[in-house]
Design a protein around this ligand. Structure first.
Ligand code: ATP
Length: 275
């Protein structure tokens, strides 16, 4: 089997422990994700500049910001793909620097930059990732996800020939395989038609409401962010410039819409810092 290098790096450490066990001790901390003073420096570029934030249980948090703001670098550090220059990341209280496998087995993600192996069918992909994550009752779990993401008729199709929207649905099904406590989604609806995107948003909201998980979601679609996210964090030049409820934050900064606020973050971040 040939997995992309991103998957090998992620699964190389996350796959050994299996699903988070109901019986394993979970520290009684409220935050699914806790990031403290996180930094990443590349030579003279500070991609992430000492950010701190949390994602609570049943919470959907949007990580927003213009191109180059540091979103992907932040997500890659949370996934254990990139080593931070400084700071800490805890998933359900477990530090990924010291208890990497335990922390990462509670995590999953879907992102356009990590497509699934195209030479495997839909079911083969789900089976292999399910085995790597140590999912219990895997056959049953796969059938439920095929139904949930409308993939039943595509089960034996190689994922490389799926349309981009179908591939996104498969990536989301894979991301829920191990019932993650922390789900990271990078532009999850970017290639979906409006009707499918709405269904997927509903599925994600359901996951956040029913399971014990929380979500960190990146998107450039402000309508979607306002619709889905409980809270947003605006990154600019590696720092959190603004944070709050996407429905009230624009007015608090003299803007009509989240899109206007986004444009202001991108064009005049210093003016916003003074508000
Ligand atoms: P986009 O919305 O365009 O995906 P982003 O917010 O995800 O942007 P990052 O990809 O995290 O931004 O990049 C943040 C900064 O770090 C950018 O200035 C980028 O050029 C820089 N950067 C990212 N990776 C590296 C690297 N491997 N080496 C040097 N600089 C890097």
């Amino acid at each position: 089997m040939v997995l992309g290098s991103t998957w090998q790096r992620i699964l190389g450490t996350a796959g050994s422990g299996g699903e988070p066990s109901q019986s394993s001790p979970v520290p009684s901390v409220p935050a699914v994700l806790s990031v403290q003073e996180l930094r990443k420096v590349y030579g003279s570029t500070t991609a992430v500049d000492g950010i701190s934030f949390e994602v609570g249980r049943n919470e959907i948090v949007g990580l927003l910001g213009p191109n180059g703001a540091g979103k992907t670098t932040t997500i890659n550090m949370i996934l254990g793909v990139l080593e931070p220059s400084a700071g800490s990341i805890r998933i359900e209280g477990i530090d990924i620097a010291t208890d990497r496998s335990q922390a990462l087995e509670r995590t999953n993600f879907a992102g356009v930059y990590a497509p699934l192996p195209g030479n495997l069918t839909v079911v083969q992909n789900l089976r292999i990732f399910g085995l790597l994550y140590g999912v219990r009752n895997l056959a049953e779990r796969i059938e439920a996800l095929l139904q949930q993401f409308d993939l039943v008729r595509l089960r034996n199709v190689k994922s490389g020939v799926l349309s981009s929207g179908e591939q996104t649905r498969l990536c989301l099904a894979k991301a829920l395989l191990n019932r993650p406590r922390l789900l990271l989604l990078d532009e999850p609806t970017a290639s979906l038609d409006p009707a499918t995107a709405r269904d997927i948003r509903a599925t994600i909201r359901e996951f956040a409401a029913q399971d014990t998980g929380g979500l960190l979601w990146t998107s450039h679609n402000m309508y979607e962010v306002e619709d889905v996210c409980d809270r947003v964090l605006f990154l600019s030049h590696g720092k959190i410039l603004l944070a709050g409820d996407p429905k009230t934050l624009p007015r608090a900064h003299g803007k009509e819409t989240l899109e206007e606020l986004f444009i202001a973050v991108a064009r005049e971040p210093l003016a916003l810092e003074r508000v």
